[in-house]
Design a protein around this ligand. Structure first.
Ligand code: MRU
Length: 348
């Protein structure tokens, strides 16, 4: 399976990101040289999708500490933790960001007796490892998920969960790519995903490249299609899954899950283990990012509401575990009882 684009690349001494705010009209690769630029790219969704945010954050942390001239480990560690908190503040919901940063923090601590220049190199190496691992993990998610797909199925997906949102292939989209690769003759319904149109702009762009048949639909069409028997499976990604299986994902996911249950359609969440947050018990405790109202009142910078219209813009919602058929992970499919089986996943 060939993918001719990379959302994130480490090139010599800096990051190169495919600016996702410009797609599908322009394919612009931007140089990112400082931690401030990484923060800004994450905040503005130039790089987006839970695993991709984690990868970018990891490289960003290296860019932040690279030129530090700390006298000893203690003062270096204070600066490191300051940068970690700074990067975490860019977007709160996707746990992959704090997961990647904490992984680096722990690796640094385990090497605290080493020379500071060597520690900086270890940080870069860990960022590269997180990036490479994500590519392998996403491939495995796709292979595992494709086994659930039957020939000729119509699969509905929401937001963008492809190579753009990860190191490569994606999560939910990797399932779709691999099912297609296995000659399952699938067709995809792509939710446009209001308000920022990740489905229309990005998933459609990725499916075109992969030459997989699809139709774009507005978000509100999904229920009607399900009722007419035109959807065989829903597969989405996740930004954070708590210990009991409650799932935060792009706003609109909850409605899809309820509609899928009502219409007896399997509803799967595809994700890497790095998206589980076992320290949080239920979805009620997840912080949901609220974004600027202009994203709702404007379309591509053009106003679509009367002047001074108030708008509410939560970027994610939480789907209670009872609506989820299963989780597709790199370690296989997790079925209910989720609390027990998610725990087991990390014990293996
Ligand atoms: O706001 P976004 O575009 O970063 O939201 C992305 C999603 O909700 C994805 O479904 C999720 O991050 C999984 S990506 C593999």
């Amino acid at each position: 399976m060939q993918q001719n684009y990379q959302s994130i690349t480490w090139q010599d001494d800096h990051l190169v990101i495919l600016d996702q705010t410009q797609l599908p009209l322009r394919e612009i690769y931007s140089d990112v040289n400082t931690i401030g630029q990484v923060w800004d790219a994450i905040k503005k969704l130039k790089v987006r999708g839970a695993p991709a945010i984690g990868i970018a954050g990891a490289y960003g942390l290296y860019l932040g500490v690279r030129d530090l001239e700390s006298k000893n480990f203690t003062s270096f560690n204070v600066e490191l933790n300051r940068w970690i908190e700074y990067l975490k503040s860019s977007r709160p919901t996707a746990v992959n960001l704090s997961w990647a940063l904490e992984r680096i923090n722990q690796t640094v601590y385990a090497n605290k007796d080493k020379d500071l220049e060597e520690i900086k190199e270890i940080i870069l190496k860990t960022a590269k490892t997180i990036h490479d691992e994500d590519k392998r993990v996403c491939k495995k998610i796709g292979e595992n998920g494709a086994e659930l797909v039957e020939k000729g199925w119509n699969i509905l997906t929401h937001c963008n969960t492809g190579g753009l949102a990860t190191g490569a292939y994606g999560t939910a989209l990797s399932v779709i790519l691999h099912a297609d690769d296995d000659d399952k003759d699938i067709h995809v319904w792509v939710d446009e995903t209001r308000p920022l149109l990740q489905g229309a702009r990005l998933t459609a762009w990725e499916l075109k490249q992969a030459e997989i048949p699809f139709h774009m639909i507005t978000d509100s069409m999904a229920g009607s299609l399900m009722k007419q028997g035109k959807v065989d499976m829903v597969v989405v990604g996740a930004d954070r899954v708590t210990a009991n299986g409650d799932t935060a994902n792009k706003i609109g996911t909850y409605s899809l899950a309820v509609l899928a249950k009502e219409n007896e359609i399997p509803f799967y969440v595809a994700l890497p283990l790095s998206t589980f947050d076992l320290e949080t018990d239920t979805g009620d405790e997840i912080e949901i990012e609220e974004r600027e109202p202009e994203e709702v009142t404007h379309l591509a910078k053009t106003p679509i509401t009367p002047k001074k219209t108030d708008a509410y813009n939560p970027a994610f919602d939480v789907t209670p575990n009872k609506y989820i058929t299963g989780f597709i992970t790199e370690k296989g499919i997790v079925e209910p009882d989720f609390k027990k089986n998610i725990k087991k996943l990390f014990e293996k």
